[in-house]
Design a protein around this ligand. Structure first.
Ligand code: GLP
Length: 242
């Protein structure tokens, strides 16, 4: 079931997303959160930091599992997703760093790193909430459109459009990694609840395809239609076609 919430501005967007996550943490301090990178959740993380500083929530007993990581960037590279998460969230809240998990993109054996992450997810069991952004081509995590999709954590070759979209964060497109490790669609859909967030008119078309179009591997996010509990937060522009 998909429940769409349309908000009117950036502040509502971030507050609504953070509010859903914060209430889960309040009701279940041992909550397991599936987290995402990209520009979309940054304001949500900022709001969660504020709520923590105001004493509204504590993440002391919570744990997190991130969706994906570039292959070949050192952990302290400004664009590695580990560093992104540390800087945008983990360094500012009380979740113990050892409870935060991001696939290891800098291991000498990427396949082994993907397998290890899978084991970790299996041990963790079901995450309570998986936060997702949405790629312009319908990717979630780094599950790119393809003839078939993989269920578990695996290595992906990044789509040229994805590399171009993410080039804004690097000095040049040549610096954008060509491969990544990502949770598979099966792992994502295993979450108890999914929170998909998208904003801006450049996302309107893919939001409509993902939520109302046919379920197809050519739009990985369309598989969210098969999940029993999906909440989607959209601004007016991203939600203009649904
Ligand atoms: C990246 C991430 C995704 C993210 C997507 C959208 O490539 N791997 O997890 O959802 O792109 O990014 P943005 O939120 O910046 O539009």
């Amino acid at each position: 079931m998909i429940n769409i919430i349309k908000v009117n501005n950036e502040q509502q967007f971030n507050e609504t997303g953070a509010g859903i996550i914060a209430s889960l943490v309040q009701t279940n301090p041992r909550v397991k959160l599936g987290l995402a990178t990209g520009s979309t959740p940054v304001g949500v993380y900022q709001r969660l930091i504020e709520l923590y500083k105001e004493g509204v929530v504590s993440f002391k007993l919570a744990s997190s599992y991130n969706l994906d990581e570039y292959i070949g960037l050192p952990e302290d590279h400004p664009e590695s997703y580990r560093r992104f998460m540390n800087e945008k969230l983990f360094n500012h809240i009380d979740m113990p760093l050892e409870n935060t998990h991001v696939p290891s993109g800098n291991s000498s054996n990427a396949q082994q790193a993907a397998d290890e992450y899978n084991r970790l997810l299996d041990e963790a069991g079901q995450v309570d909430l998986q936060l997702l952004g949405l790629g312009h081509n319908g990717h979630i995590g780094f599950n790119e459109p393809d003839e078939d999709l993989q269920g578990q954590t695996h290595i992906v070759t990044l789509d040229e459009r994805t590399r171009q979209a993410n080039a804004r964060f690097f000095d040049s497109i040549d610096d954008v990694p060509t491969h990544a490790i990502t949770m598979g669609i099966g792992s994502i859909l295993k979450a108890k609840q999914i929170l998909l967030m998208a904003k801006g008119k450049d996302k309107a078309e893919i939001v409509a395809k993902a939520l109302k179009g046919p379920i197809t591997t050519k739009c990985p996010a369309s598989f969210l239609q098969t999940h029993p509990n999906v909440v989607v937060i959209l601004d007016q522009e991203a939600g203009s076609l649904v």
